[in-house]
Design a protein around this ligand. Structure first.
Ligand code: ATR
Length: 308
């Protein structure tokens, strides 16, 4: 491989797969692929961690993390070129996490259950796919809300891609019961069928998101995985007064930091946390997989907070 003397590409700039034609930076390259990817906090988060890791070990001095705008139609070709260019690690964000299952060489069995991959690791034959989002949620709930999934009654709002990964992680974590609420029934039923197929049928049930069942008064944790809350005037995803005032609330949304759900829950005296911690922990796990070493999570959190 030729070693170029030109300046390394700017990790803050949005690159496209076309930029890979002349990609010849020495050292280890990592990247997040998304569309739109402009607002991704991952480059700041990972490069902050890598700077700290480089201070401890010369091995990381030449590691950099970039962001690439990749259209869904171009994902297969793009991954091929990233592999040729020997990008050690790839993160996938919206809308690539499910599609990419078809374009990798091997999929971690746990990631296959979660139905999506967000972390790829280079190998000679192709990329190996992992999912660190489930771990990210479990760690975030543990760290921010001091809560373990085991033996808890948990309410999960939403039945999309993010919700599926969360549901499997919560069930694998040994929850007592998982109640999944969604606006439309077909999507909810499709998710319930998948979870039944994985053998979780006796610990999971569904409800219409506006009509939480009576067990809501016994809830330990509510997790919002719907997109409601992204807009400032969005209503609550589910009527909070039907849930136990002792339950904790985790909202996967982190921008805005305080959604109507979190504000209302705080007013009721409930413990709350927003989704930045999940972003940080999924990123920390990905960097652990790539580097094979412990990573400075606090540096990642500080960089993500600052970038936000
Ligand atoms: P993601 O991959 O982030 O999970 P998604 O697959 O588009 O995104 O899922 C979005 C979730 O937010 C779904 O559960 C969706 O409910 P429907 O399946 O009924 O569409 C939920 N959602 C989006 N807008 C909503 C709204 N206005 N009210 C209630 N739920 C909403």
């Amino acid at each position: 491989m030729s070693i170029s003397n030109r300046e390394s590409p700017d990790p803050a700039a949005v690159q496209t797969p076309a930029d890979l034609g002349s990609w010849s930076r020495p050292g280890v390259s990592l990247a997040v692929l998304g569309s739109p990817v402009k607002h991704s906090l991952s480059p700041q988060m990972h490069n902050a961690a890598l700077a700290e890791m480089a201070n401890r070990s010369g091995r990381f001095r030449n590691w950099r993390y970039f962001k690439f705008e990749v259209n869904p139609a171009d994902l297969a070709d793009a991954l091929h070129v990233f592999h040729e260019r020997r990008f050690l690690g790839i993160n996938l964000t919206v809308p690539h996490k499910v599609e990419a299952l078809d374009f990798v060489d091997e999929i971690d069995p746990r990631a296959r259950e979660l139905g999506a991959i967000n972390t790829l690791v280079w190998s000679e034959e192709g990329y190996h796919g992992y999912n660190t989002d489930g771990y990210g949620l479990e760690q975030a709930v543990r760290q921010e809300l001091s809560l373990e999934f085991a033996d808890k009654r948990i309410f999960l709002l939403g039945a999309g891609g993010a919700s599926r990964a969360a549901a499997v992680q919560i069930l694998r974590g040994g929850c007592r019961h998982l109640h999944i609420g969604n606006r439309t029934a077909p999507r909810l039923n499709a998710l319930l069928e998948i979870l039944e197929g994985l053998g979780f049928g006796d610990r999971v049930s569904g409800f219409s998101i506006d009509e939480p069942p009576g067990e809501a008064s016994d809830a330990d944790l509510i997790v919002n995985a719907t997109s409601l809350g992204l807009a400032a005037d969005d209503p609550l995803p589910s009527p909070l007064d039907r849930y136990s005032a002792d339950s904790a609330v985790y909202d996967m949304i982190y921008n805005p930091r305080e959604t109507a759900l979190l504000r209302t829950a705080s007013e009721r005296g409930q413990r709350t946390a927003h989704g930045l911690s999940m972003l940080v922990w999924q990123g920390a796990r990905a960097l652990e997989i790539w580097s094979g070493t412990a990573v400075p999570v606090e540096a990642m959190r500080a960089a993500a907070e600052a970038a936000l």
